[in-house]
Design a protein around this ligand. Structure first.
Ligand code: UDP
Length: 491
């Protein structure tokens, strides 16, 4: 690694939905002439085994800086190194404290690096990255895992002081200042970014300060999807927004697509071979991301709805969900059980799926998603329509992007947010609604066909955006220029 190359340090929130785009971003920067360090902890490094092997065999200048997780100092079990491993709401403030305590060891680590860092990209949830940047006299950029629409909506809601006068969190209101009337509620647009969230006041204040002082904002989106909202966001924040997505498109081959996040619980080639045997655009992919927790009764309703639809599908159930509900495991596998009944047309992945590789297969025709922003970007990149089933956080606003702005999805119809890990044992969506929803998603002709056409065209546009000369590629080059500023000053 020659001195004279920009050296980016990416500090992701320790959650799969943030570490995965951080690794994609690292790949993009590194294939375009930068050196990249991604900051993680030992348990997260173990999960990144395939990614780490791939980058070392391809000689990409990406370093994974694994710093000891400061569990003792933050009074949190050492096993809680990722949001999906924090199983009690009481531990979240300790988790954020532990991440912030990485500041001193990271600075020491970076002092020993050659070439020295020239730019920091801190996750919005890791605002202390600004202190490192200040210490090293280099620029700090903020990475938001949210869409431009979501950030714009949150900011206009804040600027219009809507929540100050709102006592009922479920009372609908129209988000002000948008070019079309879009309705939400406080519960569906939680104020944890631009307002002070109870228990996270200090973090929120630091996050606001980091954004005020940053050199720019980096987003996993692209102009072809959200140019209006990206411009709005630039106006509202006064910051340059680097829309460099879709980030998953940084992975060109099947191996790198399958090496995102955890080790898949199924052999990727076996899964793709199964898809090879299916007709084009006929398989529904059902997955709710990395941290939602679906309770037993709801899992059974999903399964029963998929079964009744008669359609082909791949359904991902998390290991933690099966551990919490052994009866579901039995329901799936017993002699005349679910898997037997849907054999030949339905596959259940128990654990982690090679999602990007699956979505990229031509046999897949639709995605039942919780609307995590990474999943939305992956679906659009693959030109797939969505059945939207948001649970919490930014997911309801993302649903608005999918259904009302881009018009590439249909809502399953979730009325109120569902808590993810600590939720009650309840069925939110019954089997008939699941069946109707997936049939509507896969509908040939009519509105279904229109949606499919729209998302296919959008998919083509976003894939072009990351190619040389495309909008996201140009933004990436500008981002690399920010990382090169320090080098220019010193020459
Ligand atoms: N993911 C995956 N396999 C799984 C579950 C999730 O590869 O079995 C990936 C998915 O492709 C996405 C990320 O994990 O890149 C989840 O991020 P998203 O924003 O969609 O949801 P979150 O997990 O943050 O709620």
């Amino acid at each position: 690694m020659a001195a004279g190359e920009p050296h980016f340090v990416i500090i992701p929130l320790l959650a799969q939905g943030h570490i995965i785009p951080a690794c994609d971003m690292a790949r993009l920067l590194a294939t375009n002439g930068a050196i990249v360090t991604v900051v993680i902890t030992p348990a997260n490094l173990t999960r990144l085994h395939s990614f780490s092997t791939l980058i070392s065999t391809s000689n990409l200048p990406i370093r994974l800086a694994s710093l000891p997780f400061p569990s003792t100092a933050a009074s949190i079990p050492d096993s809680c190194q990722n949001v999906d491993l924090v199983h009690s709401p009481d531990l979240f403030s300790n988790f954020f404290l532990a991440m912030s305590l990485l500041q001193t060891p990271l600075l020491e680590y970076l002092h020993g690096q050659h070439p020295p860092p020239t730019c920091i990209i801190s996750d919005h949830f890791q605002p202390w990255g600004m202190n490192i940047a200040r210490e090293l006299s280099i620029p700090n950029l903020i990475f938001h895992g949210f869409s431009s629409f979501t950030l714009t909506a949150m900011l206009t809601i804040k600027n219009h002081k809507i929540y100050q006068s709102l006592t009922d969190v479920h009372k609908p209101f129209i988000i002000p200042g948008l070019p079309q009337p879009i309705e939400t509620t406080k519960a569906k647009a939680p104020p944890f970014f631009y307002e002070e969230a109870p228990g996270f006041e200090k973090l929120a204040q630091e996050a606001i300060m980091a954004e005020d002082t940053c050199e720019g904002i980096v987003l996993n989106t692209c102009s072809e999807m959200e140019s209006y909202f990206t411009q709005q966001l630039e106006e509202l924040t006064g910051k340059k927004v680097y829309a460099i997505g879709p980030l998953p498109l940084a992975n060109k081959d099947a191996a790198s697509k399958a090496a995102r996040g955890n080790k898949p619980s199924i052999d990727e080639s076996q899964c793709l071979q199964w898809l090879d045997s299916m007709p084009e655009s006929s398989v529904i992919y059902v997955s709710f991301g990395s941290i939602t927790h679906t309770v037993a009764a709801q899992l059974i309703e999903i399964g029963a709805g998929l079964e009744a639809s008669g359609l082909r599908f791949i359904w991902v159930i998390k290991e933690s969900e099966l551990m919490a509900a052994p009866e579901v495991g039995k329901w799936l596998t017993e002699e005349e059980g679910f898997e037997k009944r849907v054999e030949g047309r339905g596959m259940v992945i128990k654990g982690w799926a090679p999602q990007a590789a699956i979505l990229g297969h031509s046999a897949v025709g639709g995605f039942v998603t919780h609307c995590g922003w990474n999943s939305v970007m992956e679906s659009v990149s693959a030109g797939l329509p969505m059945l939207t089933w948001p649970h919490f956080a930014d997911q309801f606003l993302n649903e608005k992007v999918v259904v009302e702005v881009l018009k590439v999805g249909v809502p399953v119809g979730i009325g109120k947010p569902i808590m993810y890990v600590f939720g009650e044992e309840m069925v939110v969506v019954g089997r008939e609604v699941v069946e109707k929803g997936v049939k509507c998603l896969m509908e040939c002709g009519g509105e279904g066909e229109e949606r499919r056409k729209r998302v296919r065209e959008l998919g083509e546009k976003v894939r072009k955006a990351v190619d040389k000369g495309g909008s996201s590629f140009e933004n990436l080059i500008k981002l690399i220029e920010v990382g090169s500023k320090k080098l220019m000053k010193s020459t």
